[in-house]
Design a protein. Structure first.
Length: 218
């Protein structure tokens, strides 16, 4: 199976969302919540935190599953006492091999205007498109940044990676902290490489990622 892999910073979690991974997803959500919101915390502090973390993870996983994404990548480590407010969905698509990648990317760039950028990712041309989206469906009053990457395979015509990340804001889209989060996701996508394997990470490998996370308050 052709897949796209990225180098993830310490404290980032990769969760498969392909068909058949529903039980794994549920186990990961439970493990992450237990890991970050341990039972010894005061109930008045822990309960809202536990509920919000579970809701956020479940929403990202459900969106990825519904959209046919292969995985969700989410940063769970804390930076300066804060967790990065964003998630990355990655899909690998097999399109018509007769479609010329440069032509399709040119169309995407033309439609995106100033919000589009031509890049080289994974040894092949790619287009990055940035947009502002309404976050009310996510239960947020403020808009979010959404950045989509369309990445062509360098050797297999018709194979593409579609990677989309969303970064939540508190209303200020140009806040340096928000832009720093966007830049970090961009840096992760810059490490993308095409690989072939029989499937994504195993149940044990995903749970090992959770065990390696630094719990809050340690």
């Amino acid at each position: 199976m052709i897949d796209a892999e990225m180098l993830l910073p310490e404290g980032w979690l990769h969760v498969p969302t392909s068909p058949g991974t529903e039980k794994l997803q549920a186990r990961v959500v439970t493990s992450v919540v237990q890991h970050f919101v341990p039972e010894h915390l005061p109930r008045d502090r822990a309960t809202p935190w536990r509920r919000e973390l579970r809701k956020e993870m479940r929403r990202a996983l459900d969106e990825a599953t519904a959209g046919g994404a292969r995985c969700v990548i989410m940063p769970l480590a804390q930076y300066g006492g804060l967790r990065l407010p964003g998630t990355l969905l990655v899909s690998v698509l097999e399109d018509d091999p007769q479609v010329v990648a440069s032509d399709l990317l040119a169309e995407l760039l033309a439609d995106a205007g100033e919000d589009g950028l031509l890049l080289d990712v994974g040894g092949a041309p790619a287009v990055r498109i940035r947009s502002v989206v309404d976050s009310r469906r996510l239960g947020r009053a403020h808009p979010s940044w959404r950045v989509a990457y369309y990445i062509s395979h360098p050797e297999v015509p018709g194979v593409w990676a579609l990677a989309t990340f969303t970064v939540l804001t508190d209303g200020d889209l140009e806040d340096p902290a928000v832009l720093a989060v966007v830049a970090m996701f961009d840096a992760v996508l810059g490490t993308l490489q095409w690989v072939e394997h029989e499937g994504g990470p195993s149940f044990e490998e995903v749970l090992a990622q959770v065990d390696a996370l630094e719990p809050v308050g340690r």
